[in-house]
Design a protein around this ligand. Structure first.
Ligand code: NM2
Length: 493
């Protein structure tokens, strides 16, 4: 498993590094083809997920408890903090700052590009792409993994465990079970590759502005190295000494950043636009979930909604494993509604407070953000937007540190989870070997480094679309398996 995953990683990254242009063209073409041909499947999968979770949470299974424990192992606040930090990374900082700018030029629903309506949708769609449908794509694999894990007292926490309802307790140790765990490793490599591939150029641009140094590929690589060092150290130290501490730091820093933005920026405008966007999203929720752009072809759905759903799906099993570990004693209802509700709130806070502030700065500060984005330099646009806040250099510095920590809290748990999946016969209560965890922390940086060399958004997107596809297929099987094991318990006395 270890060697195969490593081979795949190198097999993709090395050709990209050697022939970036040809590779860039190839991955863009692959993305376009897949998003066009399979986009509908992703949209239906997300819709189905929403319906299924609503049925599960609100129906008779909702009161089922994970692990027959009388009380949740972690309180609501720390449960939410840990799962938010694991599932959300630098990607939120990147897109909450600048996603609106892409939508102003490429608005949905046939709205006039550049118009006020385009800006209103721009402020709304980001919240949607990080909203309840998206969090549903995290919650579904979580229930599918957590229920059989606690119900059958499975000896190890693996993605393949989500299929024991169909193929029995021995499934994770059979070759097919190992293959499913292998797919999980590929998906998380693709998913985190996209996150780091976006975040490192952004942090490079912010560092260059903060320290007055040139923005270069070398700088981006130094940043990548620093990220790896941080999350490597955290994964090496382990769950309690590393991952938990860093998650706490992450939340505090995030809250300080948002408070700073509110205090230093146009708070009333941000909150007004936010309120209006939440209303618009609620009103148009069904339409946004089902819009396939059948009569026009702006590419909005393929470029954005499909990309996002694929990205969330690729992270899904990893989140499922992580959240399962921290959710003993919760009911299925609390698990589903907690993830979808708190998760959406946390992401929306970034879009509403920070994203809308940037939109305002662009309207009133003449920062030229749209031109930078049009020129393909969203990372610089983010740095310029930060530079527009009062109280420099603190916002830049805070954002830089927050970016590192946000990235690290996702990658440390990912390295941990991959090392766990690639260790043969990991006994309950034991941890994968330290050197193994450290190794994956470093290996996870290969793909993003290669993506950064190509330097195109399509390339970053393609990685995640390809990686998510097998998970989509296995996901359907996990739902059948889950239904079986829920039913089985009902039938037993
Ligand atoms: N998701 C939540 O960088 C990140 O924020 C990682 C991205 C899947 C869109 C998670």
């Amino acid at each position: 498993m270890f060697s195969l995953a490593l081979l795949c990683l190198l097999g993709v990254s090395i050709p990209i590094l050697m022939a970036p242009e040809a590779a860039g063209a190839l991955v863009s073409a692959a993305y376009e083809w897949m998003a066009r041909e399979l986009g509908l499947v992703y949209q239906w999968a997300t819709l189905f997920t929403l319906g299924f979770l609503a049925w599960l949470a609100l129906g008779r299974h909702g009161t089922r408890v994970l692990g027959r424990s009388p009380q949740p192992e972690y309180g609501n606040a720390s449960w939410m903090a840990m799962l938010f930090c694991a599932g959300i990374g630098g990607g939120l900082m990147y897109w909450s700052t600048i996603e609106w700018a892409f939508y102003v030029d490429q608005p949905p629903f046939g709205v006039e590009p550049g118009s006020l309506a385009a800006r209103e949708w721009a402020a709304t769609y980001g919240i949607f792409h990080w909203g309840p449908s998206a969090w549903g794509l995290y919650a579904l694999p979580t229930v599918a993994i957590a229920w059989p894990y606690y119900r059958y007292d499975l000896p190890c926490l693996r993605f393949s465990g989500a299929l024991v309802g169909l193929w029995g307790r021995g499934f994770p140790d059979r070759p097919a079970g190992r293959a499913v765990d292998f797919l999980f490793i590929i998906a998380i490599i693709g998913g985190t590759g996209t996150s780091l591939g976006l975040t490192t150029p952004m942090l490079g641009a912010v560092a260059s502005r903060l320290f007055g140094i040139d923005q270069s590929l070398g700088l981006t690589w130094v940043i990548t190295g620093a990220c790896v060092a941080l999350f490597g150290a955290s994964a090496y130290l382990g769950l309690d000494r590393g991952i938990k501490r860093l998650s706490n730091a992450n939340l505090v820093l995030g809250a300080v950043f948002l408070a700073w933005v509110l205090a230093a920026g146009p708070a009333r405008f941000a909150l007004e636009l936010g309120t209006s966007s939440v209303g618009l999203m609620l009103q148009e929720f069904v339409r946004m979930n089902t819009w396939t752009e059948p009569l026009a072809d702006t590419g909005f759905v393929e470029d954005w909604t499909i990309f996002y759903w694929a990205w969330w799906i690729a992270y899904g099993p990893f989140m499922g494993l992580f959240v399962t570990r921290i959710s003993r004693g919760r009911t299925l209802r609390a698990l589903i509604l907690g993830m979808a509700g708190f998760g959406t709130l946390g992401c929306a806070a970034f879009y509403i407070v920070w994203g809308n502030t940037v939109l305002w700065l662009d309207l009133h500060g003449g920062l030229g953000l749209l031109d930078l984005v049009r020129a393909g330099d969203a990372a610089t646009a983010i740095a310029v937007a930060l530079g527009g806040l009062a109280g420099q250099p603190w916002p830049l510095l805070l954002f830089l540190v927050l970016g590192f920590v946000f990235m690290a809290t996702t990658y440390d748990s990912a390295s941990y989870a991959i090392a766990g999946a690639a260790t043969r016969g990991l006994r309950p209560g034991t941890h994968p070997h330290r050197a193994h965890r450290l190794f994956w922390a470093a290996a996870l940086a290969f793909l993003p480094a290669a993506l950064v060399v190509i330097g195109s958004l399509e390339a970053v997107r393609s990685a995640v679309l390809v990686a998510s596809l097998p998970i989509l297929v296995v996901g359907v099987l996990t739902v059948v398996s889950l239904l079986r094991s829920l039913q089985e318990q009902e039938d037993s006395p």
